[in-house]
Design a protein around this ligand. Sequence first.
Ligand code: CMC
Length: 428
Amino acid sequence: MSDNNATLTVAGDTKDYAILNGTVGPQVIDVRKLYANTGMFTYDPGFTSTASCDSGLTYIDGDAGVLLHRGYPIDQLAEQSSFMEVSYLLLNGELPSKAELEDFTRTITRHTMVHEQLTAFYRGFRRDAHPMAVMCGVVGALSAFYHDSTDINDPEQRRIASHRLIAKMPTIAAMAYKYTVGQPFVYPRNDLSYTANFLNMTFSVPAEEYVIDPVIVDAMDKIFTLHADHEQNASTSTVRLAGSSGANPFACIAAGIACLWGPAHGGANEAALNMLREIGTVDRIPEYIARAKNKDDPFRLMGFGHRVYKNYDPRATVMQKTAKDVLAKLGVNDPIFDVAKELEQIALHDPYFIEKKLYPNVDFYSGVILSAIGFPTEMFTVLFALARTVGWVAQWNEMISDPAQKIGRPRQLYTGPAKRDYVPVDKR
Ligand code: CMC
């Protein structure tokens, strides 16, 4: 991996550090020996210059707006593949043969039911609980139900836990929704595809038949595919860090869900739609653009900007087209779609956004689609978590299978008081 070195001189002492090459993308300087050589750490809050691992799953070129899973461009996968196939690809490294895909799909389908006692957990939550709060709790609780797949050193148990998580997330997510709206839980149906089954568990009621619209299934499947993985983002890094201690996979994914919830990460889709609704009409856009540019106003354009993409997020391109298709199919004339398109155009031509390379990200249009399908905004991040579970699980597996894996343990620049002596309370 290394063909040349970087030279660093600290206090007159010069040492070489290997420069490592990935398949594509920037080279990295291997600083693992830095502390031993110099007694110093690197300082990089937010990890803007630090690679925390090597990974063969996902590649992003943020400047060019490129996203590849195992080498395949995201637009090709979203347009031509399916979420099940992309899940197989992420987990196994190669696209499946027809028989392998059928076998994988059958396996996932047969794990979709949850332990019946798990339903009791839901009743412990208030009806108005945010479904992400419910997801954190219920997914964490899975480790109490599936003891036979928590030994992380057994590859077979890891495989079963991975399948269970991917299979049960739609059931758990649909149950979280049903609980908040006061409708009965709907059991999974093995005759339906992964995505059609999820829609059925979410929207069908015992009182009447739910007709599953193939256009909506296709849109939902695309949304899942677009969210499947995104290299070392905050929630994935959280899953890896939790997993690095040897914690069981269910606990690790619950940690990922907790991290995803924040508005700077997975919570942005909910925040983006709320923002579009708040703007309401095209004539109010300039007011919000001005607020986004005002340093004294904490307001940001939600669904805009990205730590890695300094170009159009390739997922947003597919998302915008899908939004158009879904709205047309459903005959929905939602003014917020017009607000979104106009806001995008204004922002893309505004010097502030051009200079800072702020483009629409995956969350900008997803809310428009999800809302048209009938999901309440609180469910948006839950859907993100459902889809990202395969990425988390694949990254976790990659890490655990690596013989060089060790516990994640960042260092710090200490800024608290130096050593001082304790003073008893009556002497203070
Ligand atoms: N609206 C207005 N200004 C912005 C925005 C925005 N959405 N995003 C960044 N900026 C400005 C920011 O004020 C800063 O300006 P300055 O250099 O003058 O201080 C500059 O751009 C760089 O911002 P940053 O916060 O240092 O950049 P970051 O890489 O730490 O943040 C981000 C990335 C995604 C958290 C941020 O762009 C943001 O808050 N966006 C809105 C939330 C959002 O849409 N998040 C979803 C991300 S995609 C899905 C996911 O990963 O979960």
